[in-house]
Design a protein around this ligand. Sequence first.
Ligand code: PEP
Ligand code: MG
Length: 844
Amino acid sequence: MGRLVKDYMHLKSSSDVHRSIYGARARRLFLLKSMNMPVPRVILLSINTVRKIQAENKLDIEGILENFKEEDIFSVRASPEHWDWGGPPSILNIGLNNKKYNEIKKKLNINLASKLYLRFILSYSIDVMRLDEELFDPVVNKTISESSIKEALAIYAEEMSEPFPQNAKQQLEQVLNSMIRAWNGTTARLLRQVQNAPEDAGFGLIIQRMVLGFGKTESGSGVAQFVSPLDGSKKVTGRYLSQSQGKESLEIENSLFLTKDKRGKSLEEHMPKIFSELCRLGEEARFKTRDELELDFTIENEKLWLLDAAPARRSARAAIKIVIDLVSDGVYGQREAVKRVEPKTITELLHSQLSPLAVRDVIGTGIAASPGAATGKIVFSSSMAQSLALQDIPTVLVRVETGPEDIRGMHFTKGVLTERGGMTSHAGVTARGLGLPCIVGANSLKIDAKNRLLSSSNGRVFKEFDFITIDGTSGQVLSGKTELVEPAFDEGFKTFLDWAKEISVLNVRANADTPSDAKLARTFGAEGIGLCRTEQMFFEKDRLLAMREMIFADSNADRKVALDQLLPMQRSDFEEIFQIMDGLNVCIRLFDPPLHEFLPRERQEMLELAEALDLPVSKIAERTKDLSEFNPMLGMRGVRLGITLPEIYEMQARAIFEATVLAQKANISIVPEIMIPLVSTRKEVQLIHSYVEKIANEVKSETNHFFEYKFGVMVETPRAALRAGDIAKHSSFMSFGTNDLTQMTYGLSRDDAGRFMRDYVTKGVFAEDPFHTLDDDGVGELLLIARDRGRQENTDLVLSVCGEHGGDPNSINFCCKSNFDYVSCSPFRVPVAIVAAAHYELFK
Ligand code: PEP
Ligand code: MG
C-alpha cells in the first residue's frame, strides 16, 4: 500500500477549479458556487488524486470527513473531464447507519426514514458491493416499514458474511473505490470510445453534503431546465416531487410540473417564491456557465438548494437554437457557438431519427451506410416500391444488393436494406446521394427475393408488406412500425452554417448528378459541385433505350446516331445545373461505368429490347455476353472507354460546351470543369484532352461564342497518384476518387468488402472501415505523394477529395491538414462537412 493521499479541495466561492484538473461537473459546480448560489458543502478530488487512489494509494478519508459534521450524510458524483464521457452513477445517502436512521425516525417519521435508509442499503449492496439485485426482491416487493430495514440488513450480512458497515469512513472508501473500478470497466471504456475519449481519459470525484428532500415543512427534489429539449425555445421544463430525493420526480407520475400546466399542478402555483428564485438562478447560471443547464435542486424546509448542474438535454435542433440564442444574448461569439456543436449533431438534423422513446425490437444489424431512420412495408423490388408510393404507402426496399436498375425504385422508397455490400457499394453511395437511410451488408438476415421473405438469424420470418424499420445511423434493423422524429433545416441552421463557413479554410462542394441534387446542394450551403456523375443521367427510362442503341451499334456512324439522341438530353441537364449553380464551380466527370451496367439482365427485358431495336434476341444475348467481363470494375470503364469509344466523351464534351454557351448567353456565370475518371497514365490524359479541346474549338466557332473551361483528372489508381507529376502537367486540377483508390490500394472490392469488414473492424485488423474513414497511413500516403509531385510540376494545381470520404469528419481533418482546396460529398453530408472543416480550424 502506498502513501496517504491528502490532495482534496474544499470548494469555496474563491476556489480555482479547472475542468482539466477537476472535471466538467466540478467546474460547473464551482461556477455556481462562485456566484454565491446555495450549493451544499463540497469536497473535490482531482483527476490526478483519483489516479493516485487507483495506483493503490490510500485516500485520507478521515481528513475529508473532518470537513463535515457528525450528523451529515453525503453523495458522491463522478466528474469526467468531458461531460459526454459518461461515468458511474451517483451514490446518495452515504453515512446513513442504524444510529442516524433512528434519529431521522424521531425527527421526521418512520416511513420517510425507512425509505431513505433502505435506498442506501440497496444501492450500497448492489452498485458498490456488486450483490445480485434479485436477492433483495423479497424486500423491494412489499410496503416499506421498519422490518424492511431489518430484512435488507440481514440479506447483506448473510451474503457478505459481515454486518452492514456502520461507519461513514468505511462506506465512503468503498463507494470511491467502486466508482473508480466502474470507470475502468470494459463497458465504460467502450462507451467512452464511442465519444472519442482518449484511452487514459480521467475523472474527478465530488463528495457533497446531502440536503434532505424530506422535512416537516415543504421539502422535496426536482430537475429543471429552462429551454425545451425538443427545439431549444425558452420554456421551463422538468418536475418536482415533495418528500423525495435524486431524480425521483422524473420517475413518479404525480410529480408537479414546474411551470403552470393544463395537465396538472405546478411548483409555480404551489411555491411561487421558490419557483421564481429557481428561474432567477437558472438564468444567472446560464450566463456564468455559458450554456443552458439542467439543474438538480432540492427544497429542504422551504429553502432552495442547487446540488448539481449538467448541460441541458437537447435534440440536434435544440443544440443549434441554444448556441444561436447565446450568441444573440452576447454570452459568446460565433466561433464559440460553432465550436460547441459537434459535426455528428448536424447529421441528426438532416435526417429523420428514431424517436428517443421508440422501443427497439432488433432483428439484425448491418453496416450503417446512410444515416437516418425509415419505417415502412417490406418490398423486394423497385417496381413494388414505386407502385406502393403511388398509393402513399411507405416502403423499405429489401434487396440482396442493388444495381443501377434500382435507382428509380430508390427514389420511391423510404429506406434501403441489403444483405450484401459495403460502405461504397451501389446501395450505400446512391442512398447517401438521395439522403435515404440505408443499411448494407446485413448478412445475418437472409433475403429470399423469389418467395418474398426476409428471415432473421433466430428464425423470425417477415413477409412482403410486413412493417420493418431501419436505423441507418446505428445499422439496426427493427421489426414493426416505429415513431420517427422529422428533420429540421430552418433559418437558424442556415445562420449557423454561414458562421461555420466563415471559419473554415477548406471549401465544401457537393456530389450532385441531377438538377434536383444541385438544388439540394445549394440549399445545404455547397460552394459548387465537385463531382457530377454524368452516367446517372442515362439511367432514366427514355434515355436508357438510346444508350442501349449506342452500345449495340455496329459502326461508328450508327453509334453517332444513337449519341445524337442523347446529346440534347445531356445538354439540357447541364444547362439546368449551370443555372442552379450560377456563379459557383461545376465539375463534370465524363462517363465512368462499364457498359454492361446498362444492359438488360432478365429475359423479358432482353425481348423488349430486341423488339425496340428490331434485332433478334439472340443478338442481344450474344452482345451482352461479349461485353461481360471477369472484373468489370477493373475492366473497360472510365478513361478506357473514352479512348476506345471516343464518340461518347465527344458527345458529352459537346453537351457541356453547348450548355455553357447557352447559359452564358443567359448571363449565367459558369466555367465548367471537365474531369476524366480512372486515369493511370499521362498519355491517356493528353489524348482525351486533345479530343475535348477539338470539340471546344468546334463549339466556339459554330456558336461564335468564346468560353473557358478547365480540364483535370480523377486520381483513382495508385499509378496515377505515383505519376501525379507527369499528369499534373496536363491538368488544372486533381480530384481524388478515394472510393476506387481505397479499393485499388487495398486490393479490396468495394462491393464485396461487407462480407468481412465487420470482423476486420471488431478484431481490430482495421481501426475503421477504410471505405468510410480515409486510411491516413496508406491511401493517405498516396494522396500526399500525389499532392507533392503534382504541385511540384504545377503550382496552381487544385486538389480535392470527391470519394465518400469527403463527407467524413476524420477524413476532412486529413484534407485540411494536407492543404487541399476542397472536399466534395453528397448534398446531405455537405453541412456536416462544413462544420467539420470549421472544427479543424477551431481545434487545430
Ligand atoms: C471514387 O471512386 O471515389 C469516385 C468518387 O467515383 P465512383 O464512386 O463514381 O467510382
Ligand atoms: Mg471512382
